[in-house]
Design a binder for this molecule. Structure first.
Ligand SMILES: [Mn+2]
Length: 334
């Protein structure tokens, strides 16, 4: 395993493309950053004659489908829907936006991963070569690669379809340029991208101002499920399997739980707890303060960013999972 310099990573991706095809692996429960980064990379690779297919443990969420469509890709990403030639064992893979191999979900260990690009502070190496760069989003890294490929003469121009996908990736991971991971470099990158895309406002509207009926139902449920601890500095939104089916909620709509929990004034640390299977609970954690929720989640075998992280907890009841989290979180609040 080798941490590459940026230029070496650009060269390495180009060399891998000479194999004629590559699978682009993204993390389970895909978000706008991994999807935008992967489709931008797919368009870049196709521009130099390399076939590429995005592969994920979970299907493309409906709200992110426009990213695939903008990149003129069909949006099929799970193993049962991708072409035979991109199945495990038949193709080399490049991983994007993955901090730990467990984030691959059911794809973990299936592909030969030659290279990975990531921007997570607590990245762990799991591929032969990797580039872990300081960036707001993996999309920002892919954009740097595209520009470096131009300088190196691998491409003459930025292929159509790259800029909208990268804009969606960065806007998604920065909460529409509102989060603390935004730097002057993020805005300079955005300026370059906005000059190249027909309507960044449409992308932001689809990412941030469009709600499905299912999302609205999840927000309604979240308001009822919200509880507090530590004098309102910790907010927890927990939902059981029974409640998920009672309210007829789908996976991606359930992000409403953490978003509602973190939005309450005075909350320093927010959690959502979803029962995934008996005794198994999936946790999302957010920090509105200096508290490091990636360290908190690492304690339970998970990871992520300082302000946004996740893990899975085994506990006898949803209430005991909640207690475990609160006990750790109380040590981090001011
Ligand atoms: Mn990301």
């Amino acid at each position: 395993m080798r941490n590459l310099t940026f230029k070496a990573a650009c060269r390495n991706l180009y060399e891998l493309s000479r194999r004629g095809k590559l699978a682009l692996l993204v993390h389970a429960r895909p978000d706008g950053d991994c999807i935008g980064s992967a489709y931008a990379t797919a368009v870049l690779l196709e521009a130099i004659g390399c076939r590429a297919h995005v592969v994920c443990a979970d299907p493309l969420p409906a709200r992110l489908r426009f990213i695939a469509e903008n990149a003129k890709q069909d949006g099929s990403i799970t193993l049962d829907t991708i072409p035979e030639e991109f199945q495990p064992g038949k193709v080399t893979a490049v991983a994007l936006d993955i901090a730990a191999s467990t984030q691959l979900g059911c794809l973990e260990g299936k592909y030969d991963i030659a290279l990975s690009f990531d921007h997570h502070a607590r990245s762990t190496a799991f591929s032969d070569r990797y580039l872990s760069a300081d960036a707001s989003a993996t999309g920002e890294i892919v954009w740097r690669i595209a520009r470096e490929w131009m300088r190196m003469g691998y491409i003459d121009a930025i292929p159509e379809g790259v800029a909208p996908a990268i804009y969606a990736a960065i806007s998604s991971d920065t909460g529409c340029f509102r989060y603390s991971n935004v730097t002057p470099a993020t805005h300079r990158t955005a300026a370059q991208l906005i000059a190249l895309i027909p309507s960044h406002a449409d992308i932001d509207r689809l990412l941030f101002e469009t709600k499905t009926p299912g999302r609205l139902a999840a927000e309604k449920a979240a308001l009822d499920l919200l509880t507090f601890a530590a004098s309102g500095k910790i907010a927890v939104c927990s939902i059981s399997l029974e409640q998920i089916s009672e309210h007829n909620l789908a996976g991606e709509d359930l992000d409403a739980l953490i978003d509602i929990a973190r939005s309450v004034a005075g909350v320093e640390i927010a959690f959502s707890i979803r029962e995934e299977a008996k005794n198994h609970f999936r946790i999302s954690a957010r920090s509105n303060s200096t508290a490091d929720v990636s360290a908190l989640c690492a304690h339970f075998g998970g990871g992520g960013h300082v302000k946004a992280a996740g893990c899975t907890i085994s506990a006898s009841t949803i209430e005991s999972a909640r207690e475990l989290l609160i006990e750790r979180a109380e040590k981090l609040i001011s």
